[in-house]
Ligand binder design. Structure first.
Ligand code: ASP
Length: 608
């Protein structure tokens, strides 16, 4: 061993001991010609070396520099100038001998917590970036989550079973990465978007509790915070119903909270139907750390509530923007009725940004003195404003923000605006964790261009048990495209669930189809001919003939879970060697061209 201790472990109890450390030079402070201090760093911490008189000549000859790799032997002594910030801050090493194990070129950025290197530079020299404590802490957290998940799953009899990476394409909604086969010229493997069909086959084989912390590959456009290869905690269980899965895996997440963050998540994990999530929050992964649910004025005034008087009021305003809109959504923001003109203008500009795409914003102030004021005072009397406010469920002191327009765009905009206001008001605290199950998703989505159904989750998801008959008994073909919503398939709910943490989908799964007939019907619903279904999924349909047990599972986005627990927006910070937004590894310079000989071996001719 090159060392007796690490750079993070020595303290006052070691005073007087002779030790040897090895690590990287973090900083050198030359006090005089015969006295220098060197901070030596390794994965565990930093220890101060005192290089005194006897070594002064050696030090100046060798011109020790930052990031040099050094071995130093000496006595642990008490520091006169203690540093309470540092675990080793009570002591220093009076060095009697040191050896430079390796020199280092001047690094392109300083290895410290707040470094000046831009993103690109840090990615190009990721091995240096990884030396920084902030990055190391993230990887340590990742490892802690990994260990915690493995322990929990092991204790619950899950078995880690590896599945292949070179497979045939399993559609999960994204594009496959493909790998050419040299031995089978002209043919390609696909990299798995997830081990979905394998884990189901393992259930058929009787391995009733499977898990894997596994890489998945999806060739998507990398908008937002995505990576082409990412990691899932992938799980599957046999002989379970939805409730069993929910219990088992909220247990997993709670255990991770406990092990990694020391948090006892004692409260019940909330549950919400997909429908309610869409209506009340405008999206299927609501952040429930704060309220401000959306109120839909169109349905309040025109719809189910059938409140004729209120409707008259709404229309009486004669405000064309509201009356012509497909939907009018309101958010009551607490304690903001005193917003100034400048602040409401700011919000209006915010909703007009192209990403949000609204034409404008209407507001009503529910002032604390009981009066009401709005940006549409021309159209509504104060009494009418009051009634609108009541309909929105607003309280005194609220600022009601109203968006009107086409259904989908308005819903998305309202959802974004709600999150933005939550952020502005400091209601989205990083260390406040709120879990939520979203349930009862639609089984199908409608693909307009192709006039057919697509699986909302994936083609192996089962409908709710009481809707299997509807699925089997009806022809999936959509004869009347304009009225696709009246097709019986439009209302089938999936036996699927998503786990949401602070507004992020961290996991999702479903109870699976396990009967051949239903699986065939599903493939047909997705527009596959029987031949195509057999060609693509013959192995699965075949397996279902040999005693497939009822089963279901879930997969968690491991990188995302780590980033949320670590309080970061970006999953990249929690991946040792991530790719950039164009899917490039700038350190390796990949992807890159391959030479002609390799292409020939693979029977590939490039088109240009
Ligand atoms: N394979 C699914 C996914 O990656 C998860 C699951 O259904 O278990 O989203």
């Amino acid at each position: 061993m090159y060392r007796t201790h690490t750079c993070g472990e020595l303290n006052a109890s070691h005073i007087g001991r002779e030790v040897t450390l090895a690590g990287w030079v973090q900083t050198i402070r030359k006090v005089s010609n015969s006295l220098s201090f060197v901070d030596l760093r390794d994965r565990y911490g930093i220890t101060q070396l005192l290089i005194g008189e006897g070594l002064a000549a050696q030090l100046s000859n060798e011109s020790l520099g930052r990031e040099y790799v050094v071995q130093a032997t000496g006595k642990v002594i008490e520091r006169t100038n203690k540093n309470p910030q540092l675990a080793t801050g009570d002591i220093e090493i009076e060095v009697s001998r040191y050896t430079i194990l390796n020199k280092a070129a001047t690094p392109p950025f300083t290895i410290q917590d707040d470094t000046d290197g831009g993103d690109d530079l840090r990615m190009k020299f990721r091995y240096l970036d990884l030396r920084r404590q902030a990055v190391r802490k993230n990887l340590e957290l990742r490892y802690a989550v990994n260990r915690s998940a493995r322990n929990y799953l092991h204790e619950n009899h899950f078995m880690d079973i590896e599945t292949p990476f070179l497979i045939k394409s399993t559609p999960e909604g994204a594009r496959d990465f493909v790998v050419p086969s040299r031995m089978n010229g002209g043919q390609f493997y696909a990299l798995p978007q997830s081990p979905q069909t394998f884990k189901q086959l393992l259930m058929v084989s009787g391995y009733d509790r499977y898990y894997q912390i596994v890489k998945c590959f999806r060739d998507e456009d990398l908008r937002a915070d995505r990576q082409p290869e990412f990691t899932q905690i992938d799980c599957e269980m046999s002989f379970v119903e939805q409730e069993d899965i929910l219990q088992m895996f909220e247990g997993l997440v709670k255990r991770i909270f406990k092990d990694v963050k020391g948090i006892d998540y004692a409260e019940k994990v909330e549950r919400m139907t997909w429908n309610d999530a869409m209506l009340q929050y405008g999206n299927d992964k609501p952040d429930i750390r704060f309220g401000m649910k959306l109120a839909n004025l169109k349905t309040i005034f025109e719809g189910q509530s059938g409140d004729a008087q209120a409707r008259v009021l709404f229309e009486a305003g004669g405000f064309k923007v509201f009356n012509d809109a497909e939907t009018v959504l309101a958010i009551s923001v607490p304690g903001c009725s005193d917003y100034t003109r400048k602040q409401t203008d700011e919000l209006t500009e915010w909703v007009k940004r192209p990403q949000i795409g609204m034409n404008g914003l209407v507001f009503i102030k529910c002032n604390t003195d009981g009066s009401y004021k709005s940006s549409v005072d021309k159209f509504f009397s104060e009494e009418q404003l009051k009634q609108l406010a009541v309909a929105c469920g607003a309280q005194t002191g609220d600022l009601i923000l109203l968006l009107a327009g086409r259904e989908e765009r308005t819903r998305k905009a309202a959802s974004e605006l709600r999150l933005y206001m939550g952020e502005r008001l400091g209601l989205r605290k990083k260390d406040d964790f709120k879990l939520l199950w979203v349930l009862d998703f639609p089984l199908f989505e409608y693909a307009e261009e192709e006039n057919r159904w697509v699986a909302r989750h994936h083609p192996f998801t089962s409908p709710k048990p009481d809707q299997i008959a509807t699925m089997i008994g009806n022809d999936p073909v959509i004869k009347d495209a304009a009225n696709y919503l009246s097709h019986p398939y439009a209302n089938i709910k999936a036996n699927a669930y998503d786990m949401v943490l602070n507004g992020n989908e961290i996991g999702g799964g479903s109870i699976r189809i396990f009967q051949r007939e239903l699986q065939e019907k599903m493939f047909a619903a997705l527009g596959m001919s029987p031949e195509e279904a057999l060609h693509k999924f013959g192995f699965l349909l075949g397996a279902f003939e040999y005693g497939a047990p009822p089963h279901g599972g879930i997969a968690f986005g491991f990188d995302r879970l780590c980033s949320i627990l670590g309080g970061s927006e970006s999953i990249r910070d929690f991946i040792a060697f991530p790719k950039n937004n164009s899917g490039r590894d700038v350190m390796l310079d990949a992807p890159s061209a391959i030479d002609e000989k390799q292409l020939e071996e693979l029977s590939i001719k490039l088109r240009s």
